[in-house]
Design a binder for this molecule. Structure first.
Ligand code: NOJ
Length: 553
């Protein structure tokens, strides 16, 4: 089969090959003991991340926020929410991470603010047509008295995408647009004042020393002129991505913004990077985000969304390397994050329970935990062998499954509320991490409080338990990451090998990588010397749902 080139060049910028660990601060480690993780908690655990071997961390939002969408609703882009600590705590975290050679990227939320942001509060008080309203997307309603929303768009979290305001004189007035919750009004990115404000916010964090930004909803910031009606197909992915020509996703106007930001980052030394959250229909379109003068990375969601199917997995890897390589960018690889069902559960989902909308007590066809874990470990074993940059979501290195039995009264995801419980949403992948089996809240803090309940069976996945088990998922990840660095697998090219229709098989130099996605063992042949097996097994027949790295004597 053809050889695909995926060089880390030009230059040796860190983000081209980095293993980046996503920290969801409210669920990582809780130093204050209030049940919600915080920045001092992160700092206290940096040695564990150093030990895991990651090159960088991405911190989900910790800026000032009423937490209506877990911090993706910001009121002050230049400060830390007291829930998570202070700016001094952030500076300390950054210094401690850098002292360990770990880069830090922070989450930037530019598509929308919180409705409590001073600009939005000013907009509510100001008159229609005012400069204050022009920072957001306010429109008159349709119907005789403006009682109908300006168009038919539906929020990602369910319900309509418009909210009507009460004007200063007490009468119902204009409507404002919110792709997400009504507490998250969208900025108008055609307004130069908004653009200037975000340049300044970028500089605020760059001046503090951050290594880059993960850009939230990077595909949603520009809406089509005239805001034309649009109704997604019923099976569309809610974050976008399924369809072409959606008037609020992937509009060409976003590229100009990223070129502008690219220049801001280029003013700073040290290879600062932009990583875009862009859910788009094709890899070709996704690659446009990372042309040489735009973002540096974009998340590879087509890879994340690929089912446990060998032909599909081979195709998405090949297409990713082609598409990103075609614009001189590294491909990224990601299997889990705080918005999707954890891959140690998702990869065992069946057709009667499609991925992506959460799993809860009443869901049909819950994934088998053992099958999910085997596939999850095998999938990670493939991912960490691929050239480019790989993202790990906190807890996947422990093999954590989705928490599927969270009682309704604990749920916090706005999706759950806006769909009246029809969609469970994302709480199941956001449960606080288990650090120590025999401690309160499994060592998440020392008070035993936890904003979402931790499943009892997570005691067996606590970091201290896994650290001392040579066959644990934690030790699998440690080994994969260490070898990835040693063999410089982030760089270079990939050569496909043929191990049958149910295999994903390729070579990285003299390292062979094979995953078995079928139901029968795959014989690997003579002279095999294993470097990594995703599960322990004897002999040279690779069992189903297993992957291995080996050389041939
Ligand atoms: C994408 C984030 O990852 C998600 O958690 C959030 O709810 C939406 N953007 C809105 O900011």
């Amino acid at each position: 089969m053809a050889q695909l080139e995926q060089f880390a060049a030009p230059g040796s910028e860190w983000w081209r090959t980095a293993v980046i660990y996503q920290i969801y601060p409210r669920s990582f480690a809780d130093a204050s003991g209030d049940g919600i993780g915080d920045l001092p908690g992160v700092t206290s655990r940096l040695d564990d991340l150093k030990d895991l071997g990651v090159d960088a961390i991405w911190l989900s939002p910790f800026m000032t926020s009423p937490q209506k969408d877990a911090g993706y609703d910001v009121t002050d882009y230049r400060d830390v929410d007291p829930l998570f600590g202070t700016l001094a705590d952030f500076d300390e975290l950054l210094a401690q991470a850098h002292a360990r050679g770990i880069r830090v990227i922070v989450d930037l939320v530019p598509n929308h603010s919180s409705d409590q942001h001073v600009w939005f509060q000013q907009a509510l008080k100001a008159a229609p047509g005012s400069p204050e309203r022009a920072r957001y997307i306010f429109r008159d309603g349709k119907g005789e008295n403006g009682e109908l929303p300006p168009n038919n768009w539906e929020s990602v979290f369910g319900g309509g995408m418009w909210e009507r305001v009460i004007e200063a004189d007490g009468t119902p007035g204009q409507w404002y647009l919110h792709i997400f919750d009504a507490t998250q009004p969208d900025f108008d990115w055609t307004n130069e004042e908004v653009r200037e404000e975000f340049r300044s916010i970028l500089r605020f964090w760059l001046d503090r020393g951050v290594d880059g930004f993960r850009v939230d909803v990077a595909h949603g910031m520009i809406k089509a002129d005239g805001l034309p009606d649009y109704m997604p197909p019923t099976d569309a992915d809610s974050m976008g991505g399924g369809e072409d020509d959606v008037p609020y996703w992937g509009q060409d106007g976003v590229h100009e913004i990223y070129r502008d930001w690219h220049e801001v980052l280029a003013e700073y030394d040290g290879d600062r990077a932009l990583a875009g959250e862009a859910w788009l229909p094709t890899l070709e379109k996704t690659a446009l985000w990372v042309r040489p003068d735009e973002m540096h990375q974009t998340f590879n969601f087509p890879y994340l969304m690929t089912h446990w199917d060998a032909a599909d997995l081979r195709a998405v890897i090949r297409d990713s390397l082609d598409a990103f390589g075609g614009v001189g960018a590294p491909s990224t690889w990601v299997l889990s994050n705080h918005d999707v069902v954890r891959h140690a559960s998702r990869l065992a989902l069946t057709a009667d329970n499609p991925q992506g909308e959460g799993i809860g007590p009443k869901s049909a066809g819950k994934p088998d935990p053992a099958v999910g874990l085997s596939r999850g470990r095998a999938a990670s074993t493939v991912m960490l062998a691929l050239p480019g940059s790989a993202y790990i979501y906190q807890g996947e290195e422990l093999g954590l499954p989705e928490a599927m039995e969270i009682p309704d009264e604990f749920r916090q995801d706005p999706t759950w509320f806006r769909t009246n419980g029809e969609r469970y949403g994302r709480d199941g992948c956001r449960v606080p991490l288990p650090w120590t089996a025999d401690a309160p809240a499994f060592g998440f803090n020392d008070t035993g409080l936890s904003w979402l309940p931790q499943p009892d069976e997570w005691a067996a996945s606590a970091r201290d338990v896994e650290a001392s088990d040579p066959d644990s998922t934690l030790n699998l990840y440690r080994r994969l990451i260490a070898l990835r660095h040693e063999r410089e697998l982030g760089y270079g090219s990939l050569v496909w090998e043929d191990a049958g229709a149910n295999a994903v098989a390729f070579r990285r130099g003299d390292l062979h990588v094979v995953a078995n996605l079928g139901t029968e063992p795959i014989e690997l042949g003579e002279g095999v010397e294993f470097l990594v097996r995703s599960e322990p097994f004897a002999g040279t027949a690779l069992p189903p749902d297993t992957a291995a790295w080996f050389i041939r004597a």
